[in-house]
Design a protein around this ligand. Structure first.
Ligand SMILES: [Zn+2]
Length: 454
């Protein structure tokens, strides 16, 4: 694997910050097999190294315990996130789902590990999110708040990932009202507003396309002119900005690539340039991704950039727009701390996997630098853990392990038990949850005239 630090030709503030980031992560890149037995036993005592081996481990049980704190009562420090309650629910629920820890139809988690998930959690989520849905369509960030594309996306994904075990979550979304609200957010140029009188950007546009696609309301009326507008957000660098003329950024690049793919229109963008831009955001020393040119590594871009590349690579393979890029066998692999045999996974060598970035190097960053030893994941070691970074580190880990993997064998760095459930790169809920939602809504009313009356 590449191990060279960034080469400095002219020293600037940017090169100094980059050197600082490399200094920060370097101590985490230890060779575990070269440690003394007492050093290894220290790492084993916190769970970072397997009992009998010398491979780094995902702190599954600790992450579960941390994520559950986000679904209970939060401290007053979270008051500034009041309008992001659906996001906190989604980040924690989706992360728990990737760790196979949510209650199934039988009420038991697929793979119990660590703290028990309260059996009434799905009912509480349903009641809470239902109270955020407005009669005029869409979800606000809390009761009585105006509908907004971001909490609508987070609320719908949360409900749909719970749907297979709790079908009342599917029925809770008012599809007709949501469709009419989505149309009212559309601009003549083809982009969507985030909320009434709000900004028009590629986030709003992606969230509408993704949720409309899952709910089977992506009509010709809704999609008309959208791909053309999104393609205009691609910049001279190859990535995408939030709106035409803005700087390329990983979050917007993901939104644009996924929206275009779901519309079957990724070819409207310069795909070669996009791939080059994403690939160059993976830092050779750290292994993680940065969000923009000349910025530092950050664990959340493990998904935003890694997911965007997965979307592009799936498109190149000619898979249909809603395909997940994972095989049936892969859906089954992965479980608790001891449930995975080494023969079920591929070792994450630099050439392993079919995504156009170094999948092993990315996973190494997540496992060694992204994990907080008490559970939860983070941007980089000097930053606090949080629910957002926990979600996107784990989501990127999932993409990097599963998307387009061969023979049903995920590409896994470290201990084989590090394998998580496969996420769908375009929607970012589990691939099997997407399949179930598409199946549930496939016969529902889905034409413009009927949805306008419903
Ligand atoms: Zn971040």
């Amino acid at each position: 694997m590449p191990s060279g630090r960034a080469k400095v030709v002219v020293e600037t503030q940017t090169t100094q910050l980059q050197a600082g980031a490399e200094d920060e992560v370097a101590p985490f890149f230890i060779n575990l097999s070269a440690l003394t037995s007492s050093q290894l036993s220290n790492l084993r005592s916190v769970g970072l190294v397997s009992e009998h081996g010398t491979a780094v481990r995902l702190l599954r049980a600790k992450h579960v315990a941390y994520l559950l704190t986000g679904l209970g009562s939060l401290s007053q420090g979270y008051v500034s996130l009041d309008s992001s309650r659906p996001w906190i629910a989604y980040w924690c629920l989706h992360s728990l789902d990737l760790l196979r820890s949510l209650p199934t139809l039988s009420g038991e988690p697929e793979s119990p590990c660590g703290a028990p998930v309260p059996p009434d959690l799905p009912e509480r989520v349903l009641a809470t999110l239902s109270s955020f849905q407005n009669p005029g369509g869409g979800f606000g960030g809390g009761p009585g708040q105006i509908s907004h594309c971001a909490p609508t996306y987070a609320s719908c994904l949360s409900l749909l990932l719970l749907g297979p075990a709790h079908p009342s979550c599917y029925a809770a979304v008012n599809r007709g009202a949501l469709y009419r609200w989505f149309l009212s957010m559309k601009t003549p140029q083809g982009g969507f507003r985030m909320h009434d009188d709000g900004e028009v950007d590629v986030r709003g546009t992606y969230t509408v396309v993704a949720i409309a696609s899952l709910l089977n309301v992506l009509t010709p009326e809704l999609r008309d002119g959208v791909a053309e507008w999104v393609a205009r957000c691609q910049t001279y660098e190859g990535g995408f900005g939030g709106e035409p003329g803005n700087e390329a950024h990983g979050g917007y690049a993901f939104c644009a690539a996924a929206a275009l793919r779901l519309l079957g229109r990724l070819g409207d963008a310069d795909v070669g340039k996009l791939k080059g831009w994403i690939a160059r955001r993976q830092l050779g020393f750290e292994g993680g991704f940065a969000g923009r040119a000349n910025k530092l590594v950050d664990g959340c871009y493990t998904f935003w950039q890694g997911g965007a590349m997965a979307v592009v690579n799936m498109d190149e393979q000619g898979l249909p727009p809603t395909a997940s890029g994972v095989t049936e066998q892969v859906l089954e692999v992965g479980g608790g701390d001891d449930g995975v045999d080494v023969s079920e996974v591929q070792e994450a060598t630099p050439s392993a996997g079919n995504l156009t970035f170094d999948q092993g190097l990315l996973q190494r960053y997540t496992l060694l630098c992204g994990q907080h030893v008490d559970g939860g994941l983070r941007d980089k070691p000097s930053k606090m853990r949080d629910y957002y970074h926990s979600c996107y580190n784990l989501s990127g880990l999932s993409v990097s392990q599963h998307t387009l993997s061969e023979d049903g064998k995920p590409v896994v760095y470290g201990d084989p038990s590090n394998v998580v459930a496969p996420t769908h790169p375009c929607y970012n809920i589990r691939a099997d949850r997407v399949e179930a939602a598409l199946e549930y809504y496939k016969d529902a009313v889905s034409d413009h005239a009927s949805l306008m009356k419903e």
